[in-house]
Design a protein around this ligand. Structure first.
Ligand SMILES: Cc1cc2nc3c(=O)[nH]c(=O)nc-3n(C[C@H](O)[C@H](O)[C@H](O)COP(=O)(O)OP(=O)(O)OC[C@H]3O[C@@H](n4cnc5c(N)ncnc54)[C@H](O)[C@@H]3O)c2cc1C
Length: 383
């Protein structure tokens, strides 16, 4: 759906190399980490097991919805109003940053959450009240897609175009990128790949789906699942001006300017078949999506593409952003909404791996951040 066939191609690694920082995983998150480490003056090598933006980063619904994976009223209940509002503000600002960084890939459309029944409408109103209490602009709307709430600041992105633009930027800034180069093992100062070893001072692991396979110590807290989508030919019989989510966010769709429809969802119909599943479409979920396409979106446009990709979830709904070995930081598990959170975490992971403080890390994981600051202060005073 998103592939215009114009992606840059990078070689695979065939010799040993040395860089200050190595980034493992070149989705949008890893590429943000690459660019941040480079901007901080480091030499950087980035590697991907497949191709740049070859995972969820290049195959997602393209919705830039500010906030956490939880709706704002749920985030307020879980994390308190101040922290939830600040996390919201950071992700909203990230939309502006992404629109400036890769303008060709972004459209400022706003986003809509519609209710499928009265109970969900009550939940929409609770979300609306919490957003207004936090000073966030939001409106009630009656639309052809249903009764819902509209957030004017949100946007859509062409995710593969964005990933490839970031890769080009990184390459132009002197970063060495290698595709078809899986990290087989990593330890402080070394990443082993089939074609050569990367010696480095710092490592950032930026993998969403499959994070617990790359970092097995995260297996108890991180779990990978599959998300599925389909796309249609240009649909002349409907106009969808902004991305829509329904069914408590489990279903989502948008219509890019060429008129096609990108529709994803259905995971809550069949959680068990999706946990741990391979990145490919399945008959059951695709049949459900066909139903949403015909009954809710009400288009007759033919389906042209069907796909699945992997993402990871955590038990507390917050992403992983943590040190997993000396000088090795891992980020991922964005709970299905990593376009904004991944960019923020990718830059934060690069800062942390380079020994800097990260305000965003402190906001996301205050207890962990405070205890590592104490350790740094103690070791500084004992030196
Ligand atoms: C169908 C679907 C729809 C979605 N819709 C939205 C949406 O509308 N809005 C939103 O915000 N989010 C959405 N998401 C979630 C979002 O796509 C992801 O959270 C985000 O793209 C993750 O990007 P990433 O760069 O962190 O990870 P990934 O895209 O997973 O990239 C990680 C990269 O690491 C590589 N890799 C893995 N293991 C290794 C290894 N051992 N060595 C080297 N490389 C390795 C992979 O090949 C991959 O390219 C959706 C996800 C899916 C699957």
């Amino acid at each position: 759906m998103w592939d215009d066939g114009l992606g840059p191609a990078f070689p695979s690694l065939t010799t040993d190399v040395r860089a200050d920082t190595c980034v493992v995983g070149l989705g949008a998150t890893g590429l943000c980490a690459v660019l941040e480490a480079r901007a901080l003056g480091h030499t950087v090598v980035g590697i991907d097991a497949t191709v740049t933006a070859g995972g969820a980063a290049g195959a997602n619904g393209g919705i830039l919805r500010a906030g956490l994976s939880k709706f704002h009223h749920e985030a307020v209940a879980a994390f308190g109003p101040t922290r939830a509002a600040e996390l919201y503000r950071r992700t909203a600002a990230e939309i502006d940053r992404i629109a400036t960084e890769t303008p060709d890939a972004v459209r400022r459309t706003g986003s809509l959450r519609v209710a499928t029944d009265d109970a969900e409408w009550a939940d929409c109103l609770a979300q609306l009240a919490a957003m207004r209490a936090g000073g966030i602009a939001v409106e009630e709307r009656n639309t052809p897609s249903g009764r819902g709430i509209f957030v004017p600041h949100d946007a859509v992105v062409q995710p593969l175009l964005r990933g490839r633009s970031l890769a080009r930027m990184a390459s132009e800034r002197g970063v060495q990128l290698f595709e078809h180069t899986p990290a087989l093992r990593f330890s402080a100062g070394n990443v082993t790949t089939p074609g050569g070893r990367i010696s480095c001072d710092a490592i950032v692991i930026a993998v969403d789906g499959g994070l617990e396979e790359v970092v097995p110590s995260l297996a108890g807290r991180v779990r990978t699942t599959r998300l599925q989508m389909l796309a249609t030919e240009p649909a002349a019989d409907v106009t969808i001006p902004c991305p829509v989510s329904a069914n408590y966010g489990f279903d989502y769709f948008q219509q890019p300017t060429d008129g096609r429809i990108a529709l994803g969802g259905g995971r809550n119909r069949s959680f068990d078949t999706e946990w741990g599943a391979a990145a490919e479409p399945s008959d059951g979920i695709q049949a459900y999506l066909d139903g949403v396409l015909r009954d809710r979106i009400r288009t007759k446009a033919a389906v042209t593409h069907r796909w699945g990709a992997r993402v990871a979830y955590t038990t507390d709904g917050l992403p992983v952003l943590e040190q997993v070995a000396p000088n090795v930081w891992a980020t991922g598990a964005y709970n299905g909404t990593g376009n904004l959170m991944g960019a923020l975490c990718g830059r934060a992971a690069a800062q942390l791996a380079l020994g800097r403080q990260s305000e965003f890390h402190a906001l996301l994981h205050p207890a962990v951040s405070a205890s590592s600051a104490q350790v740094s202060a103690k070791s500084a005073s004992s030196q």
